[in-house]
Design a protein around this ligand. Structure first.
Ligand code: NDP
Length: 378
């Protein structure tokens, strides 16, 4: 989306309003919560290409990525994606002022000439790619491929809790984990970190697909994850959690939301020599490019992935993979149908008004998420 200051056309859902600037939360430098600044002077992101869809934001939600990006995480790679010429030097474009917020539920206000799937007035939801300006503002502009019709049965605040974790979980489980709706019924899946945003969504998706789901979480989250359909639950804080997991029948897929020491334990829980896959969402790719620079960082990440993949296939007969968020509006169409069918419930732990975005970040930063933290924008 463009950031034209000269825009003077009617972009609001209220026909009487003419505006070129919008309110939103921006950061002008990386840092702690103090860098979050409210301003009413953000140029409205107008429709600049035939496939653009401009959305009035009704609700957004926060992800751990927002906390990390506020502090500069991923800046090197994301800057290259935003401004490819920046590879030549720092003079080629700045990411600031940067708007965070990866989820949106709202209403379409304008579309490019080639958009056919949605139209002004449609209620939509989307996960905003991290290289684009985010949803903590009055408007966000995306491409048609990233946008989907929001489920009708839930509010904007509830809907905003789903798109980013849904696109992440689907990308990880389908593309990396090899699962799909029609192939999951006999599969045993372990989800570590089942009580957070990705976990609470993944449990419900996999149960809707007929998989057997085991979850690790803290003891006080057991009721939540069982209520969402988890078949077996292991309290990872219990001293004998590794033994409990090792006593269980082995798994076809592990979705690891935790990483660190959990990785080695989880790899040993997979069925050997049967196509079983370990998929972790906790990868060093962006940390490496931040600390070592683009080329060295990518080479380091690539060689670490390759050596783990080779080592695990040779020694354990299991596939080792990284999972990533990927924008996918059509996938959200499927999720929308599951939500309207009552098979996936939004799990909203906390809601904040638009005036309290820093408080919402504080809440997320405390950790121990039980589902999602939502910001009501309109
Ligand atoms: P959340 O913060 O929403 O959830 C994390 C959950 O894990 C919390 O409920 C936490 O609760 C629980 N937890 C913490 N430690 C453990 C442990 N050792 N064992 C089991 N549970 C634990 O994060 P998300 O669900 O949004 O994301 C999960 C991870 O995936 C994050 O690291 C995130 O950065 C990453 N991610 C990566 C993406 C990618 O593209 N690669 C995309 C999206 C997310 P408690 O501490 O109370 O136990």
């Amino acid at each position: 989306a463009g950031w034209s200051l000269s825009c003077r056309r009617n972009v609001s859902s209220s026909p009487s309003r003419l505006q070129s600037c919008m309110p939103g939360w921006v950061i002008d430098q990386y840092g702690t919560n103090g860098v979050l600044t409210y301003t009413e002077d953000i140029p409205v992101p107008t429709v600049n290409s035939p496939s653009d869809v401009m959305i009035k934001v009704y609700a957004a939600s926060l992800n751990p990525l927002d906390i990390a990006m506020r502090g500069g995480y991923g800046a090197t790679l994301l800057k290259l994606k935003r401004h490819p010429m920046s590879v030549l030097g720092s003079d080629y474009g700045s990411e600031f002022p940067l708007i965070l917020g990866r989820d949106v539920s709202g209403v379409v206000v304008d579309c490019g000439s080639e958009v056919t799937h949605v139209a002004p007035g449609d209620e939509v939801w989307a996960a905003v790619p991290p290289w684009k300006q985010g949803s903590l503002a009055e408007f966000v502009t995306l491409t048609e491929y990233e946008v989907s019709h929001k489920p009708k049965s839930v509010s904007h605040a509830e809907a905003a809790s789903i798109p980013y974790v849904a696109n992440t979980a689907l990308s990880a489980l389908v593309n990396a984990g090899g699962l799909c709706r029609d192939s999951s019924s006999n599969k045993r899946v372990l989800i570590t970190g089942g009580s957070g945003g990705v976990g609470t969504f993944s449990i419900q998706l996999l149960k809707a697909w007929g998989a057997h789901v085991t979850v690790t979480c803290s003891q006080n989250a057991e009721g939540l994850v069982r209520g969402l359909g988890a078949d077996e639950v292991v309290d990872y804080t219990a001293g004998d959690a590794p033994e409990q997991l090792e006593m269980m029948e082995k798994f076809d897929v592990v979705l690891d939301n935790v990483g660190g020491e959990t990785e080695q334990l989880a790899l040993g829980l997979l069925k050997p020599w049967s196509g079983a896959k370990y998929v972790t969402l906790v990868t060093p790719l962006l940390l490496n490019t931040d600390s070592m620079g683009l080329l060295d960082g990518m080479c380091q990440a690539g060689s670490s992935l390759q050596s783990k993949a080779i080592q695990n296939i040779i020694s354990g007969g299991v596939f080792y993979r990284w999972g990533f968020y990927a924008p996918d509006g059509p996938a959200l169409d499927d999720v929308s149908r599951l939500v309207d069918a009552g098979k996936i419930l939004p799990v909203v732990e906390a809601q904040f008004p638009f005036t309290q975005v820093p408080q919402a970040f504080q809440k997320l930063e405390q950790g121990h998420a039980r589902g999602k933290t939502v910001v009501r924008v309109t």
